[in-house]
Design a protein around this ligand. Structure first.
Ligand SMILES: *[C@@H]1O[C@H](CO)[C@@H](O)[C@H](O)[C@H]1NC(C)=O
Ligand SMILES: *[C@@H]1O[C@H](CO)[C@@H](O)[C@H](O)[C@H]1NC(C)=O
Length: 380
């Protein structure tokens, strides 16, 4: 069968193929559903930080968080759902529960992500569930799956699952640009990026050794254009994007791209997609009206210039826009649910033209989308 993920330009779109594979397997009555394991930071945290002992800014368990969808806070750093919720929805899965949620049902997968987490253990140390710990929690799940399903079935589930990783922004923001100045003295940007990427590579290899084969990544976005960094931008072009932060994200993305191509060559059966969130989000920031937004710059919820002061829901007074769906950014750091929804949708809709061999439309019945699942799963 033709390889779908054969060229770096195609990684973006083939996210959809990986994700669709989950949904299709759930439709085939003889096959157990594939699982969706999520690792990362606030871009994908579905509420783990509700259950940890941390400082208030690491939690999103107060109004108006969640107002657009749940009408109550859930711990998601969004006015509603986050990216992985939409991906799960479009794949025909229920919302994937946070690992720490008591009595959560893990049959379709687990979300280990933690707002504020970085790749490096020292990023927001002691305040978040770092990536190493997220993987240790995954190990707990793996052990319990073996006990529940037996070794062979558990191994199959682990192999077929999609491992979705969205992390790194906090290493560069809290850990470097806005962090302890000593870090910027000890490491120049190249050295720092190399350290983050070195650690991330080890974590990917670790998940591979534990049986993971199908990986999805979100690249880092143009970090300097998020409202808090526009606000804090010390350079003369105050109000523009904080270019040093965006440059770190670009360096990280470039290095990760090289690492992933290398891992694909080295590790038998390793498959991945790497969504180019950087360019995708920048288009929306710069041309909001092309995408149904009215404002690509200002946070819906926050205070000060650009809503860049991270006070949403916390300070005695903060501004809240009339309708978050017209804003690219919900708060000083995080996109709105409307943006995440487009991210989920587009990753599916781009599939046919770019992946060529795939015939896909969101209205196809499950039987036909199974072809996509087979194409992805059987190509080695
Ligand atoms: C991982 O990060 C630590 C700092 O936490 C650093 O000392 C180490 O060199 C990094 N590892 C790699 C492989 O880059
Ligand atoms: C952010 O808002 C808080 C609470 O209103 C205020 O104390 C603080 O000075 C503000 N910070 C900036 C940088 O504007």
């Amino acid at each position: 069968m033709a390889r779908l993920i054969s060229h770096s330009d195609y990684f973006v779109i083939c996210t959809a193929a990986l994700v669709l594979a989950i949904s299709c397997e759930t439709c085939a009555s003889t096959q157990p559903p594939a699982s969706f394991f999520i690792f990362g930071d606030s871009t994908v945290d579905a509420g783990n930080n509700n259950y940890i002992n941390t400082i208030p800014i690491m939690k999103a368990n107060y109004t108006p968080y969640g107002e657009s969808y749940f009408e109550r806070p859930t711990g998601r750093f969004s006015d509603g759902l986050v990216a992985v919720d939409f991906i799960a929805e479009y794949a025909g899965l229920p919302l994937i529960p946070p690992f720490l949620q008591p009595s959560a049902e893990f049959i379709h997968g687990v979300n280990f992500a933690s707002g504020g987490a970085g790749v490096l253990p020292e990023t927001n140390q002691g305040l978040v569930i770092d990536l190493q710990t997220q993987i240790e929690y995954f190990e707990d799940v793996r052990v319990s799956l073996k006990q529940k399903l037996g070794k062979a079935k558990a191994r199959k589930l682990i192999k077929k699952a999609v491992y979705f990783i969205s992390i790194g922004s906090n290493d560069y923001l809290g850990g470097y640009v806005l962090g302890n100045p000593q870090v910027r003295i000890d490491y120049n940007p190249e050295q720092y990026v190399a350290m983050v990427i070195g650690n991330l590579t080890e974590k990917i290899q670790l998940l591979y050794r534990k049986g993971g084969r199908r990986f999805g990544f979100l690249s880092l976005c143009s970090l300097g254009c998020i409202p808090i960094l526009r606000d804090l931008n010390p350079n003369a072009n105050k109000g523009g994007c904080f270019e040093d932060a965006s440059a770190l994200a670009q360096a990280h993305n470039k290095a990760l791209k090289i690492v992933l191509a290398k891992l694909e060559r080295q590790l038998k059966g390793f498959k991945y997609s790497n969504y180019n969130l950087y360019d995708w989000l920048l288009h929306r920031i710069n041309h909001p009206s092309h995408y149904g937004f009215k404002d690509g710059i200002d946070a819906c919820c926050g205070s000060g210039p650009f809503g860049g002061n991270f006070t949403c829901g916390k300070a005695p007074s903060y501004q809240l826009c009339d309708n978050p769906k017209y804003h690219v950014f919900w708060d000083s750091f995080h996109p709105s649910q409307a943006l995440y929804e487009q991210l989920g949708q587009e990753s599916l809709e781009w599939a046919p033209s770019h992946c060529g061999t795939i015939q896909h439309s969101r209205t196809l019945p499950c039987k036909e989308t199974l072809i996509i699942a087979d194409a992805v799963v059987d190509d080695h």
